[in-house]
Design a protein around this ligand. Structure first.
Ligand SMILES: [Zn+2]
Length: 122
C-alpha cells in the first residue's frame, strides 16, 4: 500500500545507535521467517519500498551478509552486531528494504497479524 498523509514515519536504529533510518509505512504486514538466519534472529520483519526508506546514518558501520541465493543483502552493524534491516528487490525488481520491526521506536502493530514466511524452503 502506498503511503498517504496519515502514514506514520518510524525511526529505527541498531542497538548502539550508529545505524539509524526512517521508514514511512503502516505495519500492516509483519512477518516472521523460518530461514536459517531469521530463525536465529527471531526478528519480526516488515517490507518497505525503497522510496519510503531513508538510511539516516551509519552506512559506513554496516556490513552485508548474503547466503543461499544471495539475493537479499542482510545488513548488520559492525559495532553492535544488530541487523536493523535487509535490502533486496520485490518480484518485479523494485528495490525494497525489509526492516526489523524490533529495531523501530514504538512500533504500532497487531502481534496477531504476524504471518509466517516459509523462507527455509526458499
Ligand atoms: Zn550498532
Amino acid at each position: 500500500m502506498s503511503p498517504d498523509a496519515e502514514t506514520p514515519t518510524y525511526k529505527g536504529s541498531c542497538q548502539c545507535g550508529a545505524v539509524t533510518f526512517t521508514a514511512r509505512t503502516r505495519l500492516e504486514a509483519p512477518f516472521q521467517c523460518n530461514c536459517s538466519r531469521c530463525r536465529r534472529l527471531n526478528a519480526v520483519m516488515h517490507s518497505v519500498p525503497d522510496s519510503d526508506f531513508v538510511l539516516e546514518s551509519g552506512g559506513e558501520a554496516l556490513k552485508t551478509f548474503r547466503f543461499n541465493s544471495h539475493t537479499i543483502a542482510h545488513q548488520f552493524c559492525t559495532v553492535c552486531g544488530i541487523q536493523p534491516f535487509a535490502s533486496g528487490t520485490d518480484r518485479d525488481g523494485r528495490a525494497l528494504h525489509v526492516v526489523n520491526v524490533n529495531c523501530l521506536d514504538n512500533p504500532v502493530y497487531d502481534p496477531g497479524a504476524i504471518t509466517r514466511f516459509n523462507g527455509a524452503d526458499f
